[in-house]
Write a protein that binds this ligand. Sequence first.
Ligand code: AMP
Length: 483
Amino acid sequence: MTEIISALRRIATNQPDTIAVRHIDETLTYQQLDELSNKLASLIQDSKTPIVLYGHMSPYMIAGMLAGIKAGCGYVPIDTSVPDDRTAMIINKAQPEFIFDVSNHQLAFEQGTVLTTASLDEAENIAFEPRMKAEDIVYTIFTSGSTGEPKGVQIQYGSLVEFAEWMKSLNQFGEGLEWLNQAPFSFDLSVMAVYPSLVTGGTLNLVDKDMIKKPKLLNDMLQATPINVWVSTPSFIEMCLLLPTLDEKQYPSLKEFFFCGEILPHRTAKALAQRFPSSVIYNTYGPTEATVAVTSVQITESVLERFNPLPVGQARPGTTLSTTEEGELLIAGNSVSAGYLKNEEKNQAVFSETDGQRVYRSGDKAKFEHHHWFIQGRIDFQIKMNGYRMELEEIESVLRQSDLVREAVVVPVYKNGKVTQLIGAVVPAQTVEDSAQLSHDIKQALKSSLPEYMIPRKFVWMDQLPLTNNGKLDRKKIAEEIN
Ligand code: AMP
């Protein structure tokens, strides 16, 4: 096991001035990253709970992660796009002794001592011996939970190290590369870029939310930095492929693509392979509960020819995959999370142990054919939209908490097999007089608890929600009526 902190220290000694993290003009070299994380670690060294890292694409977020590892307490990343109520819920669950706030939001945190970058000025630069052990929790990432409360997925340090090693073995272009990270740090897809880049002495380039909204800014960033390795959701590359200039001629440095988090559509992979014929493209699969990704396949010309839909490939070393009689994918091995933070009921439902190995019931339907795993949808109401994972039941639960709503169901609208928008079917608490106003008011009510991407775009009003013969909510009928 190549311990991450020792690897980073070696890089900081051998190439101190190499840029480790870049966000537009803001950079941290390996030496700066080492020093800043030493300083922060010295401030939080006695913490018994993980440090909360609050911010967006600041290089200081990475210093915060390393400080959490050095101090041995681990970290909980929260992106600034997370609504305040949800942030409060996460903080309440994590009970941090320290919050490292690198945002300009000036949130009033009700728990923990708030540290900022200014707090590091006077702190001691102590070279910590790595305190974190393989079984310690390195990070806790919160994902959508069906009861209306986000679930904190706890990942052990040993699982992270194993994951980073595996990514190193997949990467075909060696050390010192320019990596692109698209996902906010509160999504574990970011882990796929952060650690593989850092442990190989590369430079991590951060894509922020403005670049995602405005392709021109993204284009500027790509022009300014010769990216070699791209890590994103398939939805993000689909959006980027709308830039007609995104091809091998314009971006000859771009050699490798890693995708994870949702279906990689065949047509997207094919279009990308046509634009970048000499690149290496990987489709990887995994839930946050199994340390980012547990399978991979290189999407070669022959894979594109043989398979549509595309497979997700084979399991990585140390992880075993199998299916239940109903076809649900079970993931076993070191990659599996130590469980959700303070959520015994959910832990009992999805985590177990067999032959000394942790096992996670993924909720994904899967099959193994022609030496490849294929993912075939969900057995529950979890969906992915633009790469974001969400439980429809969580949105419904928050909707029901509003005084304006008596009953509610959220229906995903599909186009070419992908969810393009959400529609809320609502039984209003009172007679609807102004439909537009009611939609607006409900959306406002949801905003304080749910991220923007989980808020239904449209609402339809119903007198009552239809039930099936056995008295369950008839989601199929509602979906048919709406579509
Ligand atoms: P998350 O925890 O946000 O990474 O979401 C995990 C879920 O995303 C999985 O359980 C799958 O349903 C879906 N998913 C992730 N990667 C893939 C993939 N390559 N193909 C199909 N579905 C995927």
